[in-house]
Write a protein that binds this ligand. Structure first.
Ligand code: ASP
Ligand code: MG
Length: 466
């Protein structure tokens, strides 16, 4: 896609995208900090999440409303409104802007109450959920205005769109964003909402929970930006889950491939879809900490540094499905039959292990499990095991490496392991354990993270790439 920021600067790659997460804009004090973190001279697009807790609250409000419990919905909306009123009161210095902040908040909540009076359709629920990002972005824009930081608000609903497959409509996004930016070419700071978008029908929709990171990456892609910065309140990615392991360390660098595996398999800091739009344009992604802005954080780019075991992540809430062919033979049609069923239910499969007569696989989205199991049962026997956890070990596991499997499984000798996936990617090894064993598994693996085995880098002469 053609870069279109030449009119701001002949070198389009000087545009930076900065995304701030919910805790980074969590209260008035934090919002002020964000303003201090904007680049001094370079043009940037700032992508904001809703204030922490807001999207959860709005989802609950929408749920109460659709289950007919409107008074409960209104009660919760009032609590949320009080929090926003307090924030907008604290945020602004002058009475004029305090009034403007309160009026803006008031108008947004009036809109919420109006929506709670409408028939509770899915469309209305999506509009309710979108209010969180609209609130934080509107307040931040006002705050910058009060502080004479010239900025332009780009409403995400005017350029961010997904197609029928719920994939970003890059052509539309690029064209629309270009038009909006050109119309404000004297601005250096642009602000927009993360997460929210329009769908193929033109209705308000979103990119899925945690999707603000994805918004930043999509904008980075269409703007051919210099860098996408994801600001949270921890020091970048850590080499294990700090909620379960005490001595974790920050990771300073990862390749796109490694980061994608970690994000997908549980590292909460980054939405898993963030990597692809950036790697496609070779745009570095930097994870930074708003509380410690001088800390280098984690850099993610195309450079791959082959070096031992780098990080561990875990994804809970996994269901394992074992499917045994009724014909007692793993004939070539069996696998395609199995995957057709998952395809029809649009359910992604994470891990797979096969044997002669059966296949085990895992899913994390169980919403269609009953339908899937019924269809599979027409040509096989099916067994589901719930409450499983995928533990993903990211590192340098190319086919010419030796010793890693022995290290990993030695470290885990006391843990019952249900499935192993090795060789699907040279960046990761995944194992499936019962969720009760998750914490222990992560702790045991911490002892071997950062270790490099004595590898013998023989080239595999019999590999051909297509
Ligand atoms: N506010 C949205 C959520 O909580 C999107 C985001 O924060 O990335 O899921
Ligand atoms: Mg997030």
């Amino acid at each position: 896609m053609q870069a279109f920021f030449y009119f701001l600067n002949p070198k389009s790659t000087e545009m930076k995208i900065l995304k701030f997460g919910g805790t980074s804009v969590g209260d008035a004090q934090r919002i002020r900090k964000v303003a201090q973190l904007l680049p001094e001279a370079e043009p940037c697009i700032v992508v904001l999440s809703a204030m922490a807790g807001t999207t959860n609250a709005l989802v609950e409000i929408a749920n109460h409303s659709s289950s007919g419990n409107v008074s409960m919905a209104i009660e919760q909306a009032k609590q949320l409104e009080a929090r926003y009123m307090e924030t907008s009161h604290e945020l602004f210095n002058s009475p004029v802007f305090r009034n403007r902040g309160e009026k803006f908040t008031n108008d947004m909540f009036a809109e919420l109450y109006r929506k709670l009076g409408c028939p509770p359709t899915k469309k209305v629920a999506l509009e309710i959920v979108a209010l969180g990002e609209q609130l934080s972005t509107g307040l931040f824009h006002l705050y910058l205005t009060e502080n004479r930081i010239r900025s332009t608000y780009l409403p995400a609903l005017e350029f961010m769109r997904i197609d029928r497959e719920r994939e970003p409509d890059y052509f539309y996004i690029s064209q629309s964003l270009e038009r909006l930016i050109k119309a404000n070419s004297f601005t250096r700071v642009f602000i927009t909402e993360g997460f929210i978008c329009r769908n193929a029908k033109g209705q308000t929709d979103n990119l899925g929970r945690g999707g603000s990171d994805y918004t930043a990456a999509i904008i980075g892609n269409v703007a051919d930006s210099e860098e996408v910065q994801i600001w949270t309140d921890i020091d970048g990615l850590r080499n294990n889950d700090p909620r379960h392991v005490v001595n974790t360390k920050p990771i300073r660098h990862l390749s796109y491939g490694e980061a994608a595996e970690l994000a997908y398999f549980g590292a909460k800091i980054l939405h898993p879809s963030t990597i692809q739009p950036c790697s496609e344009k070779n745009i570095p992604v930097v994870l930074k900490n708003t509380l410690q802005p001088d800390d280098p954080g984690t850099l993610i780019d195309s450079v791959y540094i082959p070096k031992g075991i780098k990080a561990i992540a875990a994804k809970k809430g996994i269901t394992a499905i074992t499917i045994q062919s009724s014909r007692m033979l793993l004939a070539y049609g069996f696998l395609s039959h199995v995957f057709e069923v998952f395809n029809r239910y649009k359910t992604p499969v994470d891990m797979i292990a096969t044997s002669e007569v059966s296949i085990s696989l895992t899913i994390d989205d169980c919403s269609n499990l009953q339908g899937i199991a019924n269809e599979l049962a027409e040509f096989s026997t099916v067994e589901c095991t719930y409450d499983q956890t995928i533990v993903c070990i990211v590192g340098d596991f190319g086919a010419n490496r030796k010793g890693y499997a022995a290290r990993i499984f030695n470290a885990l000798h006391e843990i019952p392991i249900r499935m192993i996936s090795y060789g699907g990617s040279s960046n990761s090894i995944s194992i499936l354990v019962d969720s009760q064993s998750m914490t222990r598994t992560l702790q045991l693996l911490q002892e071997i993270v950062d270790t490099d085995v004595d590898v013998n880098l023989e080239q595999t002469a019999n590999t051909i790439s297509y």
